[in-house]
Write a new protein. Structure first.
Length: 301
């Protein structure tokens, strides 16, 4: 009974995290007139400021995280580069009217995680995971045939974020500390770029709203990650799987319904294969969690 309020709070945090990620495309559309690299540079800069302010609030002093050893420093640096690449391609996809394809990347992200687990962590596929992987591969193939080319944006987003997640898993550093470090090491490059590039897109009409949206990019980057961390501490991890498909679903719907991106019948069939694969993953995770509960009950834990 005592855990019930925490459980409900965890569900709320998970909803806020994935809703925030789901509505990202609408936010970036307000900055469509700003060059891509300038958006990325501002996002890095203001995300670093946001993380630093949150750490200041929690610790009551300025903290700039430094990894304990060279290996962790290198791994987090590589993770940062992967994340910056992911952000860059995602913003490009949104502002070049390819939101549907970017949503595909996050639909197949859990399946790429599974494949990385098999090849790099020597994990074994369950029957459900095998079927889901095959169905997702068929879906990607159908979408490739419909587009006439491999959906490189979706694949890059899925692979880069999965590789980023793997490095984070292998280097268990506090989320807020590692996020601050990942942005901090790119800040000098971002500042150098911003000071070297003319802001020819700035006019009297768009200066204030554009500046506010650029500064706010740090908040919308960091806040969902904080909500996500709070959610994982309050609800079973298998429940997060139910929320994982919320963000790309919102992105997909916004691309089709709000921004009128084309959706052929063949492409829709490809997405159906991927949605079924996602449903299988959720069912498999739920079934495994129930099985583990029974084992614990039977063993007296």
């Amino acid at each position: 009974m005592n855990q019930h309020p925490q459980h409900k709070l965890g569900m709320l945090y998970a909803s806020l995290a994935y809703l925030g990620w789901g509505f990202f495309p609408i936010y970036w559309k307000f900055l469509k007139h700003v060059p891509l690299m300038q958006i990325l540079s501002h996002r890095v800069l203001w995300a670093f400021v946001f993380y630093t302010v949150i750490l200041l609030y929690k610790k009551r002093k300025f903290i700039f995280f430094k990894p304990e050893n060279k290996k962790t420093t290198i791994n987090l640096t590589v993770a940062s580069i992967l994340l910056m690449g992911n952000w860059l391609v995602y913003i490009y996809a949104v502002n070049s009217n390819q939101i549907v394809e970017s949503s595909l990347g996050y639909f197949i992200n859990p399946l790429v995680n599974i494949l990385i687990g098999v090849f790099f962590l020597k994990e074994r596929l369950t029957r459900y995971q095998t079927v889901a992987s095959v169905l997702a591969a068929i879906g990607v193939l159908i979408i490739s045939l419909d587009q006439g080319h491999v959906p490189w944006i979706a694949l890059f987003l899925a692979v880069s974020f999965s590789a980023y997640g793997l490095l984070k898993k292998l280097n268990p550093v506090s989320g807020l500390n590692s996020n601050q470090f990942e942005s901090m090491i790119i800040v000098p490059v971002a500042l150098l770029y911003l000071f070297s590039q003319p802001s020819s897109w700035v006019t009297d009409d768009n200066l204030v709203p554009s500046a506010l949206f650029l500064i706010g990019s740090g908040v919308i980057t960091g806040l969902p990650l904080i909500f996500f961390a709070e959610a994982t501490q309050r609800i079973p991890y298998y429940l997060m799987g139910f929320f994982q498909f919320l963000a790309p679903t919102i992105q997909f719907l916004s691309g089709v319904l709000i921004f009128n991106e084309p959706m052929s019948l063949l492409k829709l069939k490809g997405f159906l294969f991927i949605w079924v694969a996602g449903a299988l993953l959720i069912l498999n995770t739920w079934w495994m969690s129930q099985k583990n509960k029974k084992v614990k009950v039977a063993s007296g834990f």
